[in-house]
Design a protein around this ligand. Structure first.
Ligand code: C5P
Length: 224
């Protein structure tokens, strides 16, 4: 079984990002590059990271009209990402067009409700009901639009996996029992997320901010 851990490379400098990934690459399964990395370093930065030989997850959270998102997907196609994110709230047509433009080797997964939003934030945007219900509704929409899966917390992945057996589930916010949670509130351990159906485990600071990132990545790998 391949290693499900994708390192969230939330490091502003390209040389530092490359150095970190080079150190831990034997103990992770892929690299997650976010919007901040892509805005700062663009295609060049992604190519530099891809030279390490690990699959690339471009976490761009695309959200625009279908034509624009499809064109953006085509523009990043040359980078051969293994996974790309879009916002499920962009709607069915946008997700369908994103998937069609992605090419067969790229998984397109949907962000449902950002974990930074709670029920009252949603109500300010005109969405009634709970963030939890909205996330489940958008997960259903992503499924019916033909996406590969969604991004969700380790606390939800079991329930969503029961509804969507062959879904591809990306789970961030993971911590070892002794680890610091920092700004993540709804954490579970990598092992629990994996046992509950996570396909990809996104892990950032528990590795990148560890005194010894290699030892931290090995310790996580050993729990899986
Ligand atoms: O450092 P940490 O392990 O908390 O990093 C988690 C990564 O997953 C970060 O890149 C963060 O932006 C991302 N993420 C998240 N929660 C979500 C979606 C993405 O923490 N709901």
């Amino acid at each position: 079984m391949s290693n499900p851990v994708y390192l969230a490379v939330d490091v502003p400098r390209l040389d530092a990002a490359r150095a970190l990934a080079t150190r831990v690459k034997a103990h992770i399964g892929g690299l997650k590059l976010g919007l901040e990395f892509f805005c700062a370093h663009g295609h060049h930065g992604v190519h530099e990271m891809a030279h390490l030989g690990l699959p690339i997850f471009l976490d761009l959270k695309l959200h625009d009209i279908p034509n624009t998102v499809a064109a953006a997907m085509q523009a990043i196609h040359v980078l051969e990402p293994a996974i790309v994110t879009v916002h499920a709230s962009g709607g069915r047509a946008m997700m369908e067009d994103a998937k069609a433009a992605a090419g067969e080797h790229c998984k397109v997964v949907a962000v449902t409700v950002l974990t930074s939003l709670d029920d009252s934030d949603l109500s300010q945007t005109g969405i009634g009901g709970s963030a939890h219900d909205q996330a489940l509704r958008l997960a259903d929409l992503a499924h019916s639009a033909g996406l590969d899966g969604i991004v969700c917390s380790g606390q939800e992945v079991g329930a969503i996996h029961r509804q969507w057996k062959d879904g591809f589930f990306v789970v961030p916010g993971l911590r070892l029992p002794e680890g610091k949670s920092a700004d993540q509130k709804r954490t579970v351990t990598p092992r629990i997320a994996r046992d509950n159906g996570a396909s990809v485990l996104v892990i950032g600071r528990p590795i990148s901010r560890a005194e010894d990132p290699v030892a931290a990545a090995r310790a996580i790998e050993a729990t899986l």
